[in-house]
Design a protein around this ligand. Structure first.
Ligand code: PMP
Length: 360
């Protein structure tokens, strides 16, 4: 006799309508969809990583405390190793924060539009979500945010520079939130290296602050999955109780700390990305009917006079993959393009120009 097992009814009721993250399995396209670093990983860094590889990297469990990586990160950020936790991408750390401080009857307040995983991980961890729409220019209404946060919000999310808008939250606004609510405030600085404005230097003043960073963007290590968070020791202590012990694998720890050692090589790439971004921004603005939003990051959000589904599909047919955000409230007919290499940006722009002309 076989047992009755209807998996759909066994899944947690609050998670039944989740959809898996779309991995865009398109071969042979120029990828301008995930805000990665488009340049090759520097040869010198690659060689040093290979030189340091040994049998233990493969056979032994990784260092659960990522001691060497955290020391390198402490030097990079002017904090102590005890202010740091490394994660399997900052995605893992978002979930870790919710697992530790969310769940039960806790609620997170998220200004939107922003990085979707803040909401998805909240749902997965059973954390309530309240969204607050930002204004026309995507500025976070901090006064309104604080008023709401004071009335029963446990966690506040601030992403600066924000994804997908590229908008920066002024440091004084971030401090206003930190000073006027007892909620835990996550400041996601995934794109820090493209703006170099950080709240980390004020860490000592704010017991409720957690800063998130990643190696996936400026450091070109998206494939290694390394992120980190910076906070006060007391917060770190609590998070470490919940963290998976061997969360960052040995190879990734080695890659990340070697990348940090050679960070001036990435500075060159970051400079080129910023230069290309400014050029592409002007060019997008020059296309009839297009509105490009100023960005302090490695991508640009823009609105087209043509339906964004159409633009997305036509670009894909032409071998270019970008991000269609047309279904996000407030971002109707908007798309996000990651800054590519000079020649990739030129191809993108040319194809976009043709699509807009043909669909007038
Ligand atoms: N935060 C923001 C704002 C992001 O845009 C991203 C990546 N798109 C992440 C976090 C996640 O980065 P990671 O690769 O470190 O998980």
């Amino acid at each position: 006799m076989s047992i009755q097992f209807d998996v759909r009814t066994r899944v947690r009721e609050d998670l039944r309508d989740l959809v898996p993250y779309d991995t865009h399995p398109y071969p042979n396209v120029i990828r301008m969809d995930l805000n990665e670093n488009p340049y090759p990983f520097p040869e010198a860094v690659c060689q040093e990583i290979i030189k340091k590889l040994n049998s233990d990297v493969f056979t032994r469990y990784p260092d659960p405390g990522a001691v060497e990586l955290r020391q390198a990160l402490a030097d990079y950020n002017g904090v102590a190793p005890d202010n740091l936790i490394a994660g399997n991408g900052s995605d893992e750390l978002i979930q870790l924060i919710y697992l530790t401080f969310g769940g039960n009857d806790r609620t997170v307040l998220i200004p939107v539009p922003t990085f979707s995983m803040f909401k998805i991980h909240a749902r997965i961890t059973g954390t309530g979500v309240e969204e607050m729409r930002t204004g026309e220019d995507f500025a976070v209404p901090v006064q309104k945010l604080v008023e709401r946060a004071r009335a029963g919000i446990d966690i506040v999310v601030l992403v600066s520079p924000n994804n997908p808008t590229g908008t920066v939250i002024p440091p004084e606004d971030i401090m206003y939130v930190l000073e006027n609510t007892s909620a835990l405030v996550i400041v996601d600085e995934a794109y820090f290296e493209f703006k170099r404005e950080t709240i980390v230097s004020h860490l000592n003043r704010y017991p409720n602050l957690i800063v998130l960073r990643t190696f996936s963007k400026a450091f070109g290590l998206a494939g290694m999955r390394v992120g980190y968070l910076i906070s006060n020791e007391s917060v770190i202590k609590e998070l470490n109780k919940i963290k998976q012990p061997f969360n960052v694998n040995s190879f990734s720890q080695l890659a990340a700390r070697t990348a940090l050692k050679y960070r001036q090589l990435f500075d060159e790439q970051i400079g080129m990305i910023i230069e290309e971004r400014e050029k592409l921004f002007m060019e997008l603005q020059g296309l009839s009917g297009v509105t490009a939003f100023p960005s302090q990051s490695n991508f640009i959000l823009f609105r087209t006079p043509v339906n964004s589904d159409k633009v997305y599909q036509e670009l894909l047919k032409g071998g270019i993959l970008i991000r269609n955000l047309g279904k996000v409230p407030g971002l109707e007919d908007c798309l996000r393009v990651t800054i590519g290499k000079k020649e990739e940006n030129a191809i993108f722009l040319e194809k976009l120009g043709v699509i807009l002309r043909d669909n007038k």
